[in-house]
Design a protein around this ligand. Structure first.
Ligand code: RIB
Length: 342
């Protein structure tokens, strides 16, 4: 028969409560007791039965996190932040990838509720759906991350995407670009819509700047490559002199598409992305971008969720971080341009 928590306590010469604290609140236990309990667990091959604990306390020691695209380093950095904060509180994070699909998103919400997670962080694909509302009404706290909540009942942690879009386009204008193409999608993702709106605002606030949008089905490198190919297929005089991509993965694809057709970046066409993922600076032409504090957003969202777990009556909060322009070679100045006001 497998060892139980009482066997571990006896072997380690401590109380059952001390073993439980080593497992759940290590900061409360002396290093010597932690060592003895860990040695006993190792020797006895004890494995905690979380299902039994869940039955007793009604909740697991996990938090659910649903992201839009797990391939995107922005979301892995965000998950890393949430996970490190969860670990500081003796919790684990279960990651779900919705892949921009509302059915998959709903499936993860159901799974997390069945698993009795303590709470959920989610970057919803569209608006807050009935699944999330029902789950929350049944007692599972939920915080939006990466997207400002359109419903004041839900807390959210996000970046000011509209201002980030303005920063990107204004930077292109200030480096002398006059024909800006925004590319990205799907436009079900509010973050992308807000970035385009901010860029449009910067163009409208400047003189003599043309703006067009080339939508993409998704937000991947392949989507960006398609945009690069489409631009390269145009007669030279019909091409933009700058591309603002809705995120860095798309921007890297645009760079690949243009470079593959012999179009020089930034001399002929400048490119700027969004997120400032680790690969942006490592691109063959280091990419300018608009940085999101992705890991800090994940940590902050987890902290907000823990506060709501501890006090479900606490008022919902919208925490919005400021984006930061990061200038690299892909937007090196073509010529001095006029200053523009916000
Ligand atoms: O998923 C599309 C984009 O939205 C990501 O790149 C990230 O910027 C998120 O905010």
């Amino acid at each position: 028969m497998s060892a139980n928590i009482r066997d571990v306590a006896e072997k380690a010469g401590v109380s059952v409560g001390t073993v439980s604290n080593v497992l759940n609140h290590r900061e409360k236990v002396s290093p010597d007791a932690v060592r003895r309990v860990r040695e006993a667990i190792e020797e006895l091959g004890y494995v905690r039965n979380d299902a039994a604990r869940q039955l007793r306390v009604g909740r697991s020691s996990t938090v659910g996190l649903v992201v839009l695209d797990v391939r995107n380093p922005f979301f892995t950095d965000l998950a890393r932040g949430a996970e490190s904060e969860a670990a500081r509180h003796g919790l684990s994070v279960i990651l779900g990838n919705s892949d921009d699909d509302v059915e998959r998103e709903a499936g993860y919400l159901d799974l997390f509720e069945e698993q009795r997670v303590r709470g959920i962080l989610i970057s919803p694909y569209r608006e807050i759906g009935p699944h999330l509302r029902r789950l929350r009404a049944r007692g599972t706290p939920a915080v939006l991350v990466d997207r400002r909540s359109e419903d004041e009942q839900f807390s959210s942690v996000s970046v000011d995407d509209d201002h980030g879009g303005w920063l990107a386009a204004n930077h292109l204008i200030e480096t002398g670009r006059r024909r800006i193409l925004f590319t990205g999608g799907p436009f079900d993702i509010r973050q992308i819509v807000d970035r385009q709106a901010g860029a449009r605002r910067a163009v409208d606030g400047a003189d003599g700047v043309a703006f067009e949008t080339l939508p993409t089905p998704g937000a991947s490198v392949a989507d960006g490559r398609s945009t690069g190919d489409a631009i390269a297929a145009r007669p030279r005089q019909d091409r933009p002199d700058a591309v603002f991509a809705a995120n860095d993965l798309i921007a890297m694809g645009v760079l690949q598409g243009l470079a593959g057709r012999g179009i020089r970046v930034p001399d002929e066409i400048a490119i700027i992305g969004f997120d400032d993922i680790v690969f942006a600076s490592a691109a063959v032409v280091p990419l300018s971008s608009v940085r999101q504090p992705s890991q800090l957003m994940g940590e902050t969202a987890l902290r907000v969720l823990l506060e709501e777990i501890d006090d479900p009556t606490s008022a919902a909060r919208q925490i919005v971080f400021e984006p930061e322009l990061v200038v690299r070679a892909s937007t090196a100045s073509a010529m001095p341009g006029p200053a523009t006001g916000r």
